[in-house]
Design a protein around this ligand. Structure first.
Ligand SMILES: [Zn+2]
Length: 329
């Protein structure tokens, strides 16, 4: 049974990632708990923590200053928001603080007349646009809402989840990298690790070390006790006005299970045959055909050049081809 203030998981990947991130941001961090079990008080703790993170940037000269993690990320996540608008430099710290807290003061009551939340269908508490809904509008619409439109209706709980989604994402190199799967248990474990890292990076006043999205995704796949039972999606995105982007990479469930199930030695052996690592990680996202093509290319290189050809390598490559063909239906 859910009331209108509780968290529900919807069909929006970023809302779902945000919902799981709230378990960490609220300080609950209990693997037996799901986002739906968060109490009103725990959600309030998470809201206060997120607002405090943003308010902590009010005294900074700019995003390059020490402690600028969330201010730097805000240009990518929440362009033209209360924390980074074009007049920021002229405002006092008190004004900046007031604007940020005003932005993040979530309406408690549904709007009248009642309108259903775009994500969960419960009564919405307001109308929202790109500043609060990442990628919620095409690049042509920028931060504006079309004439005659008031925005997208959201309830408080879903809005809080969207604001929490960056905690469950790797924020580096001007992009957010968000891993998602419809396997809730897998997603919970992955988002937990990421949210702890994001908070640590923000606290350490550093940005996370830049990594390629495919290396990050495969490392996360291997860091979890099992592969997800549904496709792994990697959203590489930016809500920035100057560089709005969204690319969704997908790792097939059976390929993920195969790669996850190999011993570290076997994975290293295959990487030596097919490598380099980043290429292999990306090849996995290309699906079975791409993996087989990579094996064929490496085989061709071997047999095409007598100076390079090495029979044990040829045998190993052909056995990997068979293995992939058998492992993936
Ligand atoms: Zn909702």
């Amino acid at each position: 049974m859910t009331d209108s203030s509780s968290i529900v998981l919807t069909s929006h990947p970023l809302q779902r990632v945000g919902a799981f991130a709230l378990l960490i941001v609220s300080g609950v961090d209990d693997a037996s708990r799901t986002p739906e079990t968060l109490t009103g008080e725990e959600i309030d703790v998470a809201v206060a923590a997120m607002t405090a993170d943003l308010v902590s940037t009010a005294g900074l000269v700019d995003s390059r200053a020490r402690g600028g993690f969330w201010l730097a990320a805000s240009y990518m996540l929440w362009p033209n928001s209360a924390m980074n608008d074009s007049q920021r430099a002229r405002r006092s710290v008190a004004e900046r603080t007031e604007r940020i807290t005003g932005w993040r003061a979530y309406p408690q009551e549904p709007i009248n007349p009642c309108v259903p939340c775009w994500l969960c269908g419960r009564p919405a508490c307001g109308w929202y646009g790109k500043v609060d809904i990442p990628l919620g509008a095409s690049i042509e619409h920028r931060n504006h809402t079309g004439p005659g439109h008031q925005g997208t209706p959201l309830c408080r709980a879903c809005l809080v989840c969207l604001h929490a989604a960056p905690y469950g994402s790797l924020l580096a190199r001007g992009r957010a990298v968000t891993l998602h799967s419809w396997d809730d248990e897998w997603l919970a474990a992955t988002v937990r690790r990421q949210a702890l890292r994001t908070r640590a990076a923000a606290t350490a006043r550093e940005t996370e070390a830049p990594v390629h999205w495919q290396d990050h995704a495969v490392a996360e796949l291997l860091a979890t006790s099992r592969a997800p039972s549904s496709q792994l999606e990697v959203m590489v995105w930016s809500n920035s006005n100057r560089d709005q982007a969204l690319v969704v990479h997908q790792l097939d469930e059976s390929l993920a299970r195969w790669w996850h199930g190999l011993t570290p030695e076997r994975r290293q052996q295959l990487t030596d045959l097919l490598g380099p690592q980043t290429v292999i990680n990306e090849v996995l996202f290309g699906g079975q055909r791409t993996v087989l093509r990579r094996i064929t290319e490496q085989l061709h290189r071997q047999v095409d050049d007598p100076a390079v050809m090495d029979w044990p390598t040829v045998r190993a490559l052909s056995s990997v081809g068979l293995e992939v063909g058998q492992a993936i239906p």
